[in-house]
Design a binder for this molecule. Structure first.
Ligand SMILES: Nc1ncnc2c1ncn2[C@@H]1O[C@H](COP(=O)(O)OP(=O)(O)O)[C@@H](O)[C@H]1O
Ligand SMILES: [Mg+2]
Length: 382
């Protein structure tokens, strides 16, 4: 049986744990034409949720397109990505793509190639020197509304990793996008993103182009009971089982981050393939394997940190990350002034080693945390 635990890509169908409440709320909001800012740390399941939401909407005859802004490295690539995503969401047949472009944006010429899997790929020939890229983008931003009106359909567009728009040409592009989409009445928008602080700034700072442009939804981890049921079912479908304390251990170590749970379960599944019952010791041993397997990477990271930053990380790994500025805490872990702890923490957050969750500081990579906690006892190194 193939490994049922999937990580590192969006999960769909049978591998998607139904986020019923979230889907119900999002469907309702989208249908009432609300603009949504969907925010969570990386790997919580935003993309997977959008993919599921869009398949519900398509069953209701909506047209949907998702644009991953991580892939847009310049205005030209944004235009290409945007145009292609929209055309592909509307016309599935390659022979119709050309007709579509002629109808809507005659100035663009498409290139259609066949990829090694035998599927047709579309790209737009943009000649930045010949045309004004900003004008072209304006045209593209309005395309969904034009299509909606002409085809008498509702359209939903998701910008995934929306904060990356800031890396393009800053304010100017945000203002242009805003100016266009606020005139759209038949298109609903989702702006999803992982850089929490940046996205909050984008919607809540009066000076920002997207100030009060939509409703903010904070995506939480997945309901624990649902995740448990998913894991138990996947093992039992292969006539295998997992003990209750093993499950408990999985949830604590992974801090219930969906990606981590799937990743850990995937490794457990493979490591103990022939074994009928998974125990808590098996979970422990797998975590140790994973952390140890990352040693070359973690050592490189570790070597680049300052001594003070290492101390802060060790302290957070050992303590759980609450009250790290208190005198007791600093004394216990040999940290000096609150200001110096703050400096290290800020730097560790900006390098995405730590994140702030309510009043405590957490590791973004829980296996890095495991590696730090175990390195002295298990790996014999300081
Ligand atoms: N609803 C879900 N059901 C099962 N696993 C999920 C779900 N959502 C997320 N995951 C797990 O988390 C990983 C990251 O999900 P993804 O949608 O890419 O998150 P994000 O877009 O927030 O970074 C997936 O590859 C999968 O392992
Ligand atoms: Mg994503």
């Amino acid at each position: 049986m193939i490994n049922p635990f999937i990580y590192g890509e969006e999960v769909v169908g049978d591998s998607f744990i139904n986020r019923e409440d979230e889907l119900r709320m999002l469907t309702r909001d989208i249908e009432s034409n609300e603009r949504i800012f969907l925010i969570s740390p990386r790997r919580y399941g935003k993309t997977s949720l959008i993919v599921s939401l869009f398949s519900i909407l398509r069953e209701r005859r909506w047209l949907t397109a998702r644009i991953d802004l991580y892939k847009a490295t310049s205005l030209e690539s944004l235009a290409n990505l945007y145009g292609v995503s929209i055309i592909r969401s509307i016309e599935s047949k390659p022979e119709k793509w050309i007709r579509f472009l002629k109808e809507f944006i005659p100035m663009l010429r498409p290139t259609i190639t066949i990829n090694p899997d035998g599927q047709a790929e579309l790209s737009l020939n943009l000649h930045p020197r010949e045309q004004n890229i900003e004008l072209l983008l304006d045209k593209l931003y309005n395309l969904p509304e034009e299509i909606a009106v002409r085809h008498k359909k509702r359209v939903a567009i998701a910008f995934d990793e929306f904060q990356e728009i800031r890396t393009l040409n800053g304010e100017k592009i945000e203002k242009a996008l805003r100016a266009n989409i606020q005139r759209h009445h038949n298109v609903s928008y989702i702006f999803a993103g992982s850089k929490k602080r940046m996205l909050y700034d984008m919607v809540s700072k009066p000076s920002s182009a997207f100030y009060k442009m939509g409703k903010v939804i904070h995506l939480n981890k997945i309901n624990r009971k649902d995740f448990e049921r998913f894991i138990i079912t996947k093992f039992s479908q292969a006539r295998r089982s997992i003990s209750e304390d093993a499950l408990e251990k999985i949830f604590t170590i992974t801090e219930e981050i969906p990606y981590n749970i799937q990743f850990l379960c995937h490794q457990i599944w493979d490591k103990y393939y022939g074994q009928k019952k998974i125990t808590v010791d098996d979970v422990e041993a797998t975590v140790k394997d994973i952390a140890f397997g990352q040693t070359p990477i973690y050592t490189t990271i570790w070597d680049r940190l300052t001594l003070h930053q290492r101390r802060v990380l060790k302290a957070i790994a050992a303590s759980g990350g609450k009250g790290i500025f208190s005198q007791d805490f600093r004394q216990q872990y040999g940290l000096d002034s609150p200001a110096s702890v703050q400096t290290s923490v800020n730097s560790l957050i900006s390098h995405e080693f730590l994140d702030r969750e309510n009043d405590s500081y957490v590791f973004l990579d829980v296996f890095f945390k495991e590696w730090i906690s175990r390195r002295m006892s298990d790996f014999g190194s300081e």
